[in-house]
Design a protein around this ligand. Structure first.
Ligand code: ZN
Length: 221
C-alpha cells in the first residue's frame, strides 16, 4: 500500500506538470487527484502546478477529512470526493480550464474525429454554472458523470475521469481536439462561403488557442 501511495504521488506531480505545459491549466488553476483504496491524493490550493512537490500534496478520506498534508486541498475537493463516492470504478479525476471546450460546450461535435468519439463515447455532459468550489457544483458534476466520463462546466472548465491519470488526461486531450475540430469545421464552412472576412478574424482566435496548447509541446510524462 505504501508503495502504491508513493507511486500515486509521483503520478500526480508528473501529470499536473504535463497539464500545465500543454496549456490545459494555468499556473494556479485546475486540479488533479488519484484514489488509492480509501485515500484520495489531491493537488493543493493556489500553488504553481510545475513547482509542486510530494510534500505539498494533500491526502483526504472519502468522508472529506484531511488525513495528511499541511496545505489546504484544492478548492474543488468537494467535487473530487463526490465523484469518487458515486463512481467506485474511477481512479483519477482531472479538472482543467480549457478555453475552447468551455466556450463551445454542447456545440462540440465528437463525430468529427473518430479518435475523440472512441475515447469519449457519444456524449459529453454540460453542467450549468455554479459557484466554483461550492457543494452545488460538486453535486451537479458528480451527477452528470454518472452517465459519462467527461463534463464541460459552463463558464468554468472541464472535468474528466478515468481508471488512472493517463486515461483521464487522455480524455481531456481528446475533448480539446474535438473542440478544435469543431471550430476548424465551422471556419472552413465560413471560408468557403460568403463570410470569408469573418472567417479570417476567427482564425486569429484559433492562433491564440494553438499558441497556448503548444507551450512546452516537447515535454513528456
Ligand atoms: Zn476550476
Amino acid at each position: 500500500m505504501a508503495g502504491a501511495l508513493d507511486a500515486a504521488e509521483e503520478e500526480v506531480l508528473r501529470y499536473a506538470r504535463l497539464l500545465y505545459e500543454r496549456g490545459h491549466v494555468t499556473l494556479l488553476s485546475g486540479n488533479v487527484s488519484v484514489r488509492v483504496g480509501d485515500v484520495v491524493i489531491l493537488t493543493p490550493s493556489s500553488r504553481p502546478k510545475p513547482l509542486l512537490s510530494r510534500e505539498s500534496l494533500v491526502w483526504m478520506s472519502l468522508d472529506g477529512s484531511v488525513v495528511r498534508g499541511y496545505l489546504k486541498p484544492t478548492s474543488e475537493w468537494r467535487m473530487h470526493i463526490a465523484i469518487y463516492r458515486r463512481r467506485p470504478d474511477v481512479g483519477a479525476v482531472v479538472h482543467t480550464h480549457n478555453v475552447l471546450p468551455t466556450l463551445l460546450a454542447h456545440r462540440i461535435n465528437l463525430a468529427l474525429l473518430s479518435e475523440s468519439e472512441a475515447y469519449l463515447g457519444s456524449r459529453v455532459a454540460v453542467v450549468p454554472y455554479f459557484k466554483p468550489g461550492s457543494g452545488e457544483l460538486a453535486d451537479a458534476v458528480a451527477s452528470a458523470l454518472e452517465g459519462c466520463d467527461v463534463a464541460v462546466l459552463r463558464r468554468h472548465g472541464v472535468v474528466a475521469v478515468g481508471r488512472d491519470l493517463a486515461d483521464a488526461v487522455n480524455k481531456v486531450e481528446a475533448l480539446a481536439d474535438a473542440a478544435l475540430a469543431t471550430l476548424y469545421d465551422w471556419l472552413l464552412r465560413l471560408a468557403c462561403g460568403r463570410r470569408a472576412r469573418r472567417a479570417r478574424a476567427a482564425c486569429q482566435s484559433v492562433a491564440y488557442v494553438l499558441t497556448r496548447r503548444q507551450r512546452g509541446i516537447t515535454s513528456s510524462v
